[in-house]
Ligand binder design. Structure first.
Ligand SMILES: Nc1nc2c(ncn2[C@@H]2O[C@H](COP(=O)(O)OP(=O)(O)OP(=O)(O)O)[C@@H](O)[C@H]2O)c(=O)[nH]1
Ligand SMILES: [Mg+2]
Length: 247
């Protein structure tokens, strides 16, 4: 029957890098059930980041970019012999398991969550093979999506407070981004003051961090460099230089 497992032969093209994009299933419902702050909830962002960090420790990717309920993972060394079925199923299940476990850590911030009755969360996953240039374009594109999401999210929730759901959707229909800025500005929100992580997303990568210590033998303070997983809440706009300099 092995010959019936036709998709198990599907592999990532030789020599290419890949991005795996995982996305939370039905997180609009989850955000209502957890009563997340709108449009952004910092505890939810931390929960996503802890999940990304756990993934980093397990699979050593090159870079992770997350915003909203999506996680973009850049791998240059590809495990499972590049088998697409393995990559999608193992990564999505690891992320879902880690996220579900980490909810317990944050449950005090989500009073509506009842740990014994917690429903398992699931993520979908897709594999995207990319060239070096394609990697930069891909992440620029996702960062633009984070920005659109941010502008639309603030506009929608501001208008919804004032006019209710259907009228807010009607007003927002086909508005240009300059008009959205205007709508928000008139209501006292200047987008330049919105935190960077909401506009540009959050990145995880390895970074040399200076560690201060004390050498008891020489009785002197010492410093050393260690490669640590760095959680970047202040990402720049992505460009080639960013990906060249990320270790
Ligand atoms: N309130 C709140 N909601 C969030 C936050 N981050 C993500 N979300 C929710 O997550 C959803 C993510 O969008 P989608 O992935 O398109 O929606 P989905 O319901 O997960 O749909 P599928 O991915 O197709 O299953 C948003 O629509 C929000 O409802 C947050 O910080 N606060
Ligand atoms: Mg989703």
């Amino acid at each position: 029957m092995k010959e019936c497992e036709i998709f198990s032969y599907l592999k990532v093209p030789c020599g290419s890098k890949i991005v795996i994009r995982a996305d939370g299933r039905n997180f609009s419902t989850l955000s209502d059930e957890f009563e997340l702050e709108r449009p952004y909830d910092e505890n939810f962002a931390n929960l996503m980041i802890d999940t990304c960090a756990e993934f980093f420790m397990e699979f050593s990717p090159h870079f992770i970019f997350t915003f909203s309920d999506e996680i973009n993972i850049l791998m240059s060394e590809i495990p499972f012999n590049g088998r697409v079925e393995k990559l999608n199923s193992v990564f999505a299940s690891f992320i879902a398991g880690s996220f579900t476990k980490n909810i317990l850590k944050y449950s005090k911030y989500f009073p509506k969550v009842d740990p014994p009755n917690l429903k398992p969360v699931s993520f979908d996953s897709r594999v995207i093979p990319l060239s070096d240039l394609g990697v930069v374009e891909y992440f620029k594109n996702r960062q633009n999506e984070a920005w659109r999401n941010c502008l639309n999210g603030y506009s929608y929730w501001k208008l919804r407070e004032e006019f209710g759901k259907s009228r807010a959707v009607e007003i927002l229909n086909k508005k240009k981004s300059s008009e959205l800025h205007e709508i928000l500005f008139e209501r006292g929100l200047n987008m330049t003051e919105v935190p960077s992580w909401q506009k540009r997303g959050i990145g995880l990568y390895r970074k040399n961090i200076l560690i201060k210590g004390y050498n008891p033998i020489n009785k002197e303070n010492v410093t050393s460099n260690r490669l640590r997983i760095y959680k970047d809440w202040e990402l720049p706009l992505f460009d080639e230089k960013f990906f060249r300099n990320t270790p």
